[in-house]
Every structure is written in C-alpha cells, then in structure tokens.
Design a protein around this ligand. Structure first.
Ligand code: GLY
Length: 345
C-alpha cells in the first residue's frame, strides 16, 4: 500500500482528496446490496462522477462468476489502466474487488473502503485478494496491495451485533500474538459495550501492518496471523457443511483462539492463569459453539486442508506467553481433537 490507512471521520474526505490529487481516468464503485443501501449514500457525497455496480451480498457470491460480472462492467465502461475501483464493503467486496482490479488489464488502480469491523482490522489490510473456488475459501487469488484504504467507523453502526463480534475475534487475535498490553486492555470489554471503535481499530491495524510489512507474502512471520484459524477454519468449514449450523468466521475463530491457547498451555508455553484469561476475554463476547464428541474426527480432518500446512503436517500458530505468537508449530489431529474436547467441556 502506498499510503497508510486513514481511519476515522477524516477517512472519506481523504479519499476525495486522493481523487483530486491523482485523478483517475474513470471512477468505479463496487458495493454489495447491504453497503449500497447503508454506506454508499455517505460515500457518494464525497465522490466525483462515477459508475456504481452492486453485487449480491454474501460469501456464496465470492466467486469467479461474480468476477466476470465485474470485469464485464469495467469492459463495458471502457475502463483503462488509469481508472480507479473503490471497493465499498466487507471482506467479500474488498477481496473480490481487489482481485478483479489486480487482474483486469493486469492491474487497475484500487482503493478499499472496508465497512465491517472484520474487513477494517483484517481483510482489507495486507493485500490478500481472491475468491472462493470449488468449496475452498480464498482458493484463487493474488497478493496485491490497494493504493490506499479508508476506514469510516460510523459504518460499523449499520452492522448486526454478530457481524461486529466476528471482527472482534481478529482484534483479540492481534493482541494475543503481538501485544500483551493490548490484550490486557480487552479484559472486561464486551463487544456490545465498546463506546468508540476507532482507537481499537487503529491499534489492531497497526499490529497487522507491522507483521505484514515484515513478510508480505507469508513465508514466515505473517503466519502468526493464522493464530486461532487452524481449529477455527476447521470448525467453520465443518459447521457450514451442516444444514442450519453455519457460524460466522469470527465466531469460529474465537473458538479457535481458545483451542489453540489450550494447545499452547499443553506444551507448557502458556500458564493455566494465562489460558484462563484468554477464555474469559473470549467468553465475555462469544457463546460457545455446539458440537458433540461423535463429530470430532470430521471437524479435525478439515484442519488438514489449511493453506499453511506443509505436506500432511498440520502447522499451527501457538502462543509463547500472552502477546507472543510462534508459527509453524506441528500439531497432530489427536491434539486438535483434544483441544476441541477441552473447549466443549
Ligand atoms: N488474515 C490473515 C492475513 O492477512 O494474513
């Protein structure tokens, strides 16, 4: 990213200023049905003439079919490489829009305007773009930083509580892997009671940016950001495949944070007291996910598909004390099942 993210009430005016200082040949806005209704009116007031495309909202539309719709729209409107695409939405819009921009004529200017907590603290930062493919999440994609990212926290007021919680799991994760003081500040802080998200977003984004700066293409330290996601993704994928049991990404990650903290404690890397603190912070905002013992084999098997694995060895990020992640730690299927048992107990 050529510019650091702008976070707060100055964000949308800063986007307007960027467009004045470096005017694109044409301006395009990609939104989904929710952000077109809830967020676009505020954005539109800051923008010069542009074209708007509204795609369907939801992970099921994060596909190459939707990309074709976006590429056709850009082509039909004669977008050249100096055009700029504004991606207004949650992680689906910023990931898919970023991918379309990176690949259209081998690269169009692109900025992100993430509208969910999850996209603001995670998805829109770090240049991962892409779409799901044949049931695998983010299976097709490229690393491509947007030109800039603009975060307007008032957009969060339009989110359902579950969606805010989903992003909060990533806030907890960032603190656990890199900043013990930030984690201590989350004690007693329930999602529903946060008066102002701006400082939390700023701090969480700073943690992620510092990690990505060291390792943009995830060959080393960026894997720290996978903490909670080995077990979390396994739970998310398993429950998604069970009719009526799908959970939000962050709800599964929250469970994953507890399980992977438990694995850290099992190896003597985290004390019982520290594990209890992780549980307390998570349990204040998240209900326990429900599954039973007969499902553990199938849930754990999903961990074999994690992108960070090497061959058939499951590689997990664990904690060596609160605020200090360690990556590439091999774990077995049996250990994953034990962690899920401990979580459910
Ligand atoms: N969401 C993890 C990463 O960006 O690497």
């Amino acid at each position: 990213m050529t510019n650091p993210p702008t976070i707060g009430p100055a964000a949308l005016p800063a986007l307007a200023e960027l467009l004045r200082q470096a005017p694109p040949s044409r301006l395009f806005v990609l939104a989904d049905a929710n952000t077109a209704r809830d967020c676009y009116p505020l954005l539109r007031a800051q923008l010069p003439a542009h074209e708007l495309l509204v795609i369907e909202a939801g992970e099921v539309y994060k596909t190459l079919t939707t990309c074709e719709i976006v590429w056709s729209w850009l082509t039909g409107n004669q977008a050249d490489r100096h055009a700029l695409l504004v991606c207004l939405g949650g992680g689906v819009v910023t990931d898919l829009g970023g991918f379309c921009a990176a690949t259209y004529k081998r690269g169009l200017r692109c900025v992100g305007v993430p509208t969910t907590l999850l996209a603001q603290v995670d998805a829109a930062i770090g240049g991962k773009t892409g779409v799901d493919f044949q049931g695998f999440k983010n299976h097709i994609g490229v690393f491509q930083e947007p030109e800039a990212v603009f975060m307007e926290p008032t957009f969060l007021a339009t989110l359902p509580a579950g969606e805010l919680r989903s992003g909060y799991a990533e806030v907890i994760k960032h603190a656990l892997i890199a900043d013990a003081e930030a984690f201590a500040a989350l004690h007693g802080l329930a999602v529903a009671a946060v008066p102002d998200w701006t400082p939390i977003i700023r701090h969480s984004v700073a943690i992620k940016e510092a990690i990505v700066a060291q390792d943009p293409h995830e060959s080393g330290p960026r894997k720290l950001l996978n903490f909670g996601h080995t077990v979390g993704h396994a739970l998310e994928s398993y429950l998604l495949a069970q009719p009526g049991r799908a959970v939000r990404h962050g709800e599964a990650v929250a469970a994953g944070l507890v399980c992977e903290s438990w694995l850290s404690a099992q190896r003597g890397l985290l004390s019982a007291e520290e594990l209890a603190q992780v549980r307390a912070v998570v349990e204040l905002s998240f209900e326990k996910l429900q599954f039973n013992a007969s499902e553990l084999d199938e849930i754990a098997a999903y961990a074999l598909h994690d992108k960070k694995n090497r061959g058939h060895v499951i590689k997990c990020t664990l904690l060596r004390g609160l605020g200090h992640g360690i990556f590439d730690q091999p774990v077995t299927l049996a250990e994953i099942k034990d962690s899920l048992r401990a979580y459910a107990a």
